[in-house]
Design a protein around this ligand. Structure first.
Ligand SMILES: [Fe+2]
Ligand SMILES: [Fe+2]
Length: 289
């Protein structure tokens, strides 16, 4: 199969998962400097399931546990901040969009991989913070991690047999899944995921993180740090086999990334400790599925 056939087929898919309309409304409200927590709350109230999830998260370990139960959405939004609410709304919608459809590989373990990469991304950012020129919010990093492999879900849903063939090929030929995908599809899950991310109107840095998480040097200069954080986090979670990404062999992490982020061996172990300590947070996010 050639890459062009993959994208041609995707262009014609009529049941391609979409993000709910409230995501568009939220995006608009957040851009408007006159928006306040009441305005954002009024949008979310249209989706009671989303509202329940936001309250669950704000009262969870992710926000330091309940120091007094928050049961008002407006208060939850003030506590979390608009961007955090927006990123969480997108995360839960991505879970929902592909909730039942990732047949052929262990979906729960796949989500665990994605959520863990989000948690790892925050830990990596903390470890290399003094050297970074950009600042990223933790929810933004959580979402980047959650979404980085979304292309695998697209493959699993719309090219199921070929994707299973690629997974098998990576096992039998002991090559990375990306290499196997190129053999089968002429493209990889990163390119397909970025294609979906653009259709979903995700922000440019998020799309770059999806597109280049296996090849960060090709990312735009201004997004290199984020993409390298995702590459390193993905590597760590695969190497330590946290969840299951579908890769038979852990994807490599370029030495340029370790150098660019100025991460040494001791940082690697510190990051691992954080991921283990924060695993209860991944349970909170997994429970939103
Ligand atoms: Fe990947
Ligand atoms: Fe991954």
């Amino acid at each position: 199969m050639e890459s062009i056939q993959v994208f041609k087929k995707l262009e014609t898919v009529s049941d391609l998962p979409t993000l709910p309309v409230i995501i568009d409304k939220l995006r608009e409200a957040i851009r408007n400097p006159r928006s306040d927590a009441a305005k954002v709350a009024s949008i979310i109230e249209d989706d009671p399931a989303m509202m329940a999830k936001i309250l669950k998260v704000v009262n969870s370990a992710l926000y330091g546990g309940a120091s007094g139960q928050i049961d008002s959405l407006k208060l939850a939004i003030s506590r979390m901040g608009f961007n955090a609410v927006n990123n969480l709304a997108i995360s839960t919608s991505v879970f929902k969009a592909f909730g039942e459809s990732a047949g052929g590989f262990d979906r729960k373990e796949f989500w665990r991989h994605c959520v863990s990469v989000g948690i790892a991304a925050c830990a990596v950012m903390q470890a290399c913070k003094p050297h970074l020129t950009h600042r990223y919010e933790k929810e933004f990093l959580h979402l980047s991690g959650l979404i980085h492999d979304v292309g695998k879900l697209v493959f699993a849903q719309y090219f199921h047999d070929e994707f299973m063939q690629a997974i098998e090929l990576s096992k039998t030929e002991r090559i990375t899944l990306v290499q196997a995908e190129y053999k089968v599809f002429g493209t990889d899950h990163a390119a397909v995921g970025a294609w979906l991310g653009k259709r979903w109107k995700l922000s440019e840095p998020m799309v770059e993180a999806i597109l280049w998480h296996h090849n960060p040097k090709r990312a735009k200069t201004e997004h290199q740090e984020l993409v390298r954080i995702c590459e390193a986090s993905n590597y760590i979670c695969n190497f330590r086999m946290i969840g299951n990404s579908g890769d038979a062999a852990a994807p490599r992490c370029s030495s340029e990334t370790w150098q660019a982020l100025k991460l040494g061996e001791e940082d690697y172990y510190a990051i691992m400790d954080v991921i283990v300590a924060e695993s209860d947070k991944s349970e909170v996010l997994l429970s939103l599925m």
